[in-house]
Design a protein around this ligand. Structure first.
Ligand SMILES: [Zn+2]
Length: 194
């Protein structure tokens, strides 16, 4: 019988770091089962995911390196381990578990599991969900900025021309002068095709 590897994570916005991690995890055995964290677990441990759990699970399962992806249990990670019965558990560099503690608890439950800690796989500055989200927010700002230039080049209050900032109130785009603090509504709705 093949060696089963289990890896887990939130996998909110898939990036190269995830792919490297899963590829290295797969190399530890023959079959890779990925446990995707539930929305509630992710919110408790890291941040509220952008995509809901079933979407995240489907995306992970579609990856070539992944044989199966399942949703984790909400409160007992060992219940998931008992169901999957892995030979190896691959941990990411930032997953705050103690390898020995996991091995001990598995043994207590009659499972002989080896826990392997994988290193960090960095690849460019878009690695990491948080960085991607910041980049998107910046880009959004840029999009509106170019649009506003056509109708309003300078701040009507202080004549500043270094570019406006944008913020949202109840889904409506507002404009903000970073120099004098002048603000105004634009009449655009968030997400409008600009
Ligand atoms: Zn101004």
């Amino acid at each position: 019988m093949g060696k089963r590897v289990m890896a887990s994570g939130v996998f909110d916005i898939i990036h190269v770091g995830h792919i490297r991690f899963l590829e290295e995890a797969k190399k530890l055995g023959d079959e890779l089962v990925v446990v995707v964290a539930r929305d509630s677990t992710a919110a408790r441990m890291k941040h509220r995911p952008i995509m809901h759990e079933e979407m995240r699970r489907q995306i992970v399962e579609a990856l070539k390196v992944v044989d199966m992806a399942v949703l984790g249990h909400e409160d007992d990670m060992y219940a998931t381990v008992e169901e999957i019965r892995p030979d190896v558990i691959a941990l990411g560099y930032d997953q705050g578990f103690d390898e020995r503690v996991i091995e001990e608890e598995c043994r207590r439950r009659g499972l002989n599991v080896k826990v392997v800690r994988l290193p960090k796989y960095e690849n460019g500055d878009l690695d990491g969900t948080r960085k991607i989200i910041y980049r998107i927010v910046d880009r959004y700002d840029e999009l509106y900025r170019n649009d506003v230039k056509d109708v309003l080049d300078r701040c009507p209050s202080c004549s500043y021309s270094g570019g406006f900032k944008f913020f949202f109130v109840g889904g409506e785009v507002h404009i903000h002068c970073p120099s004098c603090g002048w603000t105004s509504r634009t009449g655009w709705k968030r997400g409008d095709e600009r």
